[in-house]
Write a protein that binds this ligand. Structure first.
Ligand SMILES: NC(=O)c1ccc[n+]([C@@H]2O[C@H](COP(=O)([O-])OP(=O)(O)OC[C@H]3O[C@@H](n4cnc5c(N)ncnc54)[C@H](OP(=O)(O)O)[C@@H]3O)[C@@H](O)[C@H]2O)c1
Length: 589
């Protein structure tokens, strides 16, 4: 193991810390590293995962002793090691960083009930040896160098210095973020290894009562000025919109050498690639966990957790407003317009709901998910988008009778010819993991070649869930967990191309016709389907009302979109079909 450490290899060791000591681990740690310029010690640090940072480390004050060593070690008690300020951030589990080295539970751990203990009483101490990287070449794939005072991304060379944050936008998510950072300050400092401190805020109206005390923060009415001038390592953009103040703020922050965290899917769907390039060129982080599916950590899952897989498909319920409307329509039998008004009254839908109900918001989110899942830029303009305006209570009722739920699904699939991205209402089988996702909840289902299917579900919007995701990004930045915006460097993105309809596979469809109840109608319908080589699986007609209109529902076998479109167009032109046919794809999920 000593040789591995000296060679700069990662080493993960077993559970018993006392045995490690008995085998000379301390000696290993102090073995001079051949690659170290200073020769002050091994470039490999070790720590165990359940260690908590000591109060001294969190306090951020350097020890009185200029060397920082002997006196600080004393704070951890006998037999414990600390690398001292300036050489590794205490309490941080991150590549290139050497936190406190504690052997045996710290006083803090004892107070808190000690570390996790395995059966038989053995502490679950897991040690990792990590190489300290040489000075980063400011590549985006490398973590920031918190150890040196020269890294432009961190103002303070001391690892326990706070991560300073400026927040642009103090609406639902901005205020929620300030609340989480304040209410969870101690917990976050422990998890991040250092405090996360808001220094500046910006919104349009300084006098508005936002229900929180803004006096501790420097106020900026112009978020761009704040992005350039505030004392901040990170600018959090929570203004919204793909252009204007939001875009200018993010660009100014990156130009000023500050990391960016944003919840703005519209901005990233339109300008994500350019902003990723800008961030990468400056070796800065551009984080956006909150931009998709609110509190569900799907960005991190796709970027990191599923990194070993080729993702074949990603699909999800990404718009809570639409899901609330569809759920309420199903539960109450009421029609779309009626439920939309209720959603607006409850604050689930905007005064102008078109972004949500026409599928644009879901398309923005799908663009981000698919870019990350398939490691390639997705062209928003190539995403086929259909909303839920045209859905009727009748379709929802028929879907239930046939064993389906109608959901607005955002689907990205990787095929040899390219990536197919679409947003549309889909009939989801009742045994699908997406069927029971109701109300304002979101869910995402991914298919990876090794992992298979993974399902993520949770609250997709609102102050708490969205702020939770914003703050998770801040904790990652504070820890130096630093990933490229789209999972790989921009130059390594694939360029397969986004194309929708031409490569879409054959699917099953639900088709509802409103027909005059006359003899011969079914013969006409069947003739058109036969001519267009579209095959019918079943047909459903409940009511008979001779001379009046009745709904006729057909389930079609797998068919390509082109013959289907031709058949539907011909059906619509029949004299006996008195309303536009309704066509809904039947999902496979
Ligand atoms: N709300 C959610 O549940 C949710 C969920 C996921 C993602 N998001 C995303 O999070 C972002 C923020 O959403 P939100 O719901 O918090 O929005 P919001 O409530 O409308 O708040 C927007 C904030 O931005 C400020 N602002 C607007 N234009 C500005 C300008 N030109 N200069 C300075 N400040 C300006 C507003 O200032 P004033 O208050 O002074 O008017 C307001 O504080 C959006 O990108 C949204 O898509 C929201």
């Amino acid at each position: 193991m000593g040789r591995s450490l000296a060679a700069g290899h990662h080493v993960c060791l077993g559970a018993d810390s006392q045995a490690l000591r008995a085998h000379g681990l301390l000696g290993v740690l102090e073995t001079p590293d051949a690659g170290s310029q200073s020769g002050r010690g091994s470039r490999c640090g070790l720590w165990r995962t359940w260690r908590r940072p000591c109060a001294h480390c969190l306090g951020g004050k350097p020890p009185p002793d200029p060397s920082g060593r002997a006196q600080h070690q004393g704070l951890h008690g006998p037999g414990r090691r600390h690398r001292g300020p300036g050489r590794g951030p205490p309490g941080r589990l991150t590549p290139g960083v050497a936190p406190c080295l504690l052997f045996g539970p710290s006083n803090n751990q004892k107070e808190a009930g000690g570390p996790a203990v395995a059966k038989g009483g053995t502490p679950k101490a897991v040690f990792h040896a990590h190489p300290f990287p040489k000075r980063p070449t400011l590549r985006v794939s490398q973590p920031p160098d918190f150890r040196s005072g020269n890294d432009p991304r961190m103002k303070d060379p001391h690892k326990s210095a706070p991560l300073t944050v400026a927040v642009a936008g103090l609406g639902t998510v901005g205020v929620g973020t300030l609340r989480v950072l304040s209410d969870q300050a101690a917990l976050l400092a422990r998890r991040a290894g250092r405090p996360i401190v808001v220094t500046a805020v910006s919104a349009r109206d300084h006098n508005r009562d936002r229900g929180i005390d803004l006096s501790p923060y420097t106020w900026f009415t112009d978020p761009v000025t704040m992005a350039r001038e505030a004392e901040a390592d990170v600018v959090v953009e929570l203004i919204g919109g793909s252009e204007g103040a939001a875009r200018a703020t993010v660009e100014a922050a990156l130009e000023a050498g500050r990391h960016v965290v944003t919840a703005n899917k519209a901005l990233l769907a339109h300008h994500g690639l350019a902003l990723a390039q800008k961030a990468e060129a400056a070796d800065l982080g551009l984080f956006y966990e909150a931009a998709v599916a609110g509190g569900i950590p799907i960005i991190k899952a796709l970027r990191e957790g599923l990194a070993a897989n080729e993702i074949r498909s990603v699909q999800g319920i990404l718009n809570g407003t639409c899901n609330y409307i569809l759920t309420t329509m199903r539960e109450t039998g009421r029609d779309f317009d009626d439920v939309l008004v209720e959603a607006q009254d409850l604050g689930y839908a905007e005064a102008d709901p078109s972004f949500d109900i026409d599928g644009i918001d879901a398309a923005h989110k799908l663009t981000l998910l698919a870019s990350l899942a398939f490691r390639q830029p997705i062209d928003l303009a190539a995403v086929s988008v259909q909303g839920i305006r045209h859905l009727s209570a009748l379709d929802i009722r028929f879907a239930g009778e046939l064993g389906y739920r109608i959901k607005l699904l955002a689907t990205g699939e990787r095929r040899p010819e390219g990536v197919d991205c679409r947003v549309a209402p889909v009939m989801v089988p009742l045994d699908s993991p997406l069927a029971p996702v109701e109300g304002v909840y979101n869910a995402v289902v991914t298919e990876g070649d090794f992992v298979g299917r993974s399902v993520f579900q949770g609250r997709g919007a609102g102050a708490g869930p969205t702020a939770s995701a914003v703050v998770a990004d801040l904790v990652d930045l504070a820890c130096g967990r630093f990933a490229p915006t789209l999972g790989v460097a921009v130059a390594d993105l694939e360029q397969v191309g986004t194309n929708a309809a031409p490569c879409a596979p054959a699917e099953r469809y639900y088709v509802r016709l409103t027909v005059l109840d006359r003899p011969g109608v079914f013969a006409d319908i069947a003739g058109i389907l036969r001519d267009e080589h579209v095959s019918m699986e079943s047909i459903l007609q409940h009511d008979r009302d001779p001379g009046e209109t009745v709904p006729v529902v057909m389930i079609l076998h797998e068919t390509d979109e082109t013959p289907l479109a031709r058949a539907v167009s011909r059906l619509a032109s029949l004299e006996t079909v008195v309303a536009p046919p309704r066509v809904i794809r039947i999902g496979r999920c």
